[in-house]
Design a protein around this ligand. Structure first.
Ligand code: NDP
Length: 255
């Protein structure tokens, strides 16, 4: 297999959870550009339709699936819908996530639970439902979107639930990778630094000192900059890689 050919995803079926905005939107476009048939899975239907339309306008193939990753029955429906419409799933991108900024002593239980429900249980439900199909078929790749917050404590804002949830995502990635390697199912994670999306208000002046000036590259990233790495992790280009957590952060975690 040639080097560039290894990155091709022609005809593969992919689902991106939270694929209707931010990083998920960029991931969906990147997968489609590499030739995958992409399902955009999220709760806000209209936003998902817009992303699918944009992909189709660019010559790609995309469908939408209404999905709440916190609800196992919604996840099961997602697998069924995609399998019926596009075929069995080759690539699962567990990208849906939420984050709240609040000091530990002020975090209400509901907020702690919501963060774990989406960021950890959501990854679990999707990995289990899609992984079952992949293990049966002896084929598939899963990419979990973790974060540098799984390694470091962000500042100046406190976000204890989010940080703990992303550490869990990294360790779950390794557990599933070890368990499913014999079945030819690879599981890796990406750990981005500060990327401009609704979740990360990188332009706000109060964050400039710690988020931008502390980073060796002295800037934030754009969602599109992560697309090629996602394609690498999803494709045969990374075929000997499993259980890795790939940091992409402009050098933020070096210091
Ligand atoms: P956004 O807030 O822009 O997007 C979050 C996405 O998650 C939306 O598509 C949203 O869609 C979806 N989502 C939230 N809850 C659910 C749910 N219950 N079921 C299905 N989908 C859901 O965030 P980002 O694009 O910034 O973040 C994407 C991922 O990247 C997250 O996991 C985040 O933790 C991670 N990350 C982001 C970084 C950054 O700097 N931006 C840095 C490191 C990691 P809808 O509301 O329609 O359901």
């Amino acid at each position: 297999m040639g080097v560039l050919q290894a990155f091709e995803l022609t005809g593969r079926v992919a689902i991106v959870t939270g694929g209707n905005m931010g990083l998920g939107e960029a991931f969906s476009h990147a997968l489609a550009e590499a030739g995958a048939h992409v399902a955009i899975g999220a709760r806000t239907h209209d936003l998902s339709v817009k992303v699918a339309r944009d992909i189709e306008a660019g010559g790609g193939k995309a469908i939408t699936v209404d999905l709440d990753v916190t609800k196992p029955e919604s996840v099961e429906r997602m697998v069924e819908t995609i399998t019926n419409q596009l075929g069995p799933i080759d690539i699962l991108v567990n990208n849906a996530g939420v984050c709240y900024h609040k000091p530990a002593l002020e975090v209400p239980d509901e907020q702690w639970n919501e963060v774990f429900d989406v960021n950890v249980n959501g990854v679990w439900h999707c990995a289990q439902a899609v992984g079952r199909q992949m293990v049966e078929r002896r084929s598939g790749t899963i990419i979990n979107i973790g974060s540098i917050s799984g390694f470091i404590v962000n500042r100046p804002q406190m976000q204890p639930a989010y940080n703990a949830s992303k550490a869990a995502v990294h360790q779950l990635t390794k557990s599933l990778a070890a368990e499913w390697a014999p079945f030819n199912v690879r599981v890796n994670a990406m750990a981005p630094g500060y990327i401009k999306t609704l979740m990360a208000p990188v332009d706000r002046p109060e964050f400039r000192r710690n988020w931008i000036e502390d980073a060796p590259m002295q800037r934030y990233g754009m969602p599109e900059e992560l697309g090629p790495t996602l394609v690498y992790l999803a494709s045969d280009a990374s075929r000997f890689m499993t259980g890795s957590v790939l940091v992409i952060d402009g050098g933020y975690t070096l210091w």
